[in-house]
Design a protein around this ligand. Sequence first.
Ligand code: DGL
Length: 273
Amino acid sequence: MEARAELPIGVFDSGIGGLTVAHAINQKLPAESLIYFGDTAHLPYGDKSPELIIRYALNITRYLLSRHCKMIVIACNTASAHAFKAVEKFVGDKALVVNVIDPAAEAIAQSFEKGKVGIIGTRGTVQSGIYPRKIRKLNKQLQVSSLATPLLAPMIEEGFFNNKISRTIVNSYLEKRSLTEIKGLILACTHYPLIRREIEEYYKGKVAIYDSAEVVAGYVHKLLNDKHLLSQNKHPDLEFYVSDMTESFQESVKFFFPKKIHLQKLQFSGGES
Ligand code: DGL
């Protein structure tokens, strides 16, 4: 059991978004080794079909299992919405599987007794209807309004955050009628913590913001602790892989993990990652 605790946590996303989750896990659990996979050759995931997302997710999962990960974190809302069940089935009892939707849905459902809450995410996540379903199952008094914000992930992936352009685009989404009078907002895309500042500026403290990175790191901690799988490793490895080497990924990984990084392009055999 103890040896298993020292095995890495596998984390994946379409690109840089999941780095926000990997970073939060690393901050909370610095003794954990991480293997990160950014599927940059196939981003954005947000507009792809569920079938394609499942195929990408299973190929990445196969790789992470070959590296003996003790836990796989699907650090992407779109992949969590479409591929969580398929990944869980594929993994069986070989590893723990965590999605980013359940922890955020639980957090918001417990925070408010009643009223209206909002969700922003990719088309895939919003069209799946998974957030309203999960939140209303936990708290029937909440009204959940979702808005697809498909420009945001590609904008962030291209390095547009914390500037005039990102502020204008964020504001024009947030002023939509569907998001009026919300008490809380879930950033249901792991890219969005990178534009959290713009979103907070828009709401000026009047709306509570939930970003999946923070809540997922807490959830990972609790789960590993409950299973007696917390690592004590003094020299954990941080490895990063991408299906296509992009400038944006190289810069982002350095931003989140300025010290030691191992970054490499990796294509799965047969070239059909
Ligand atoms: N970061 C992802 C998510 O949480 C996907 C963004 C994309 O590739 O469209 O949904």
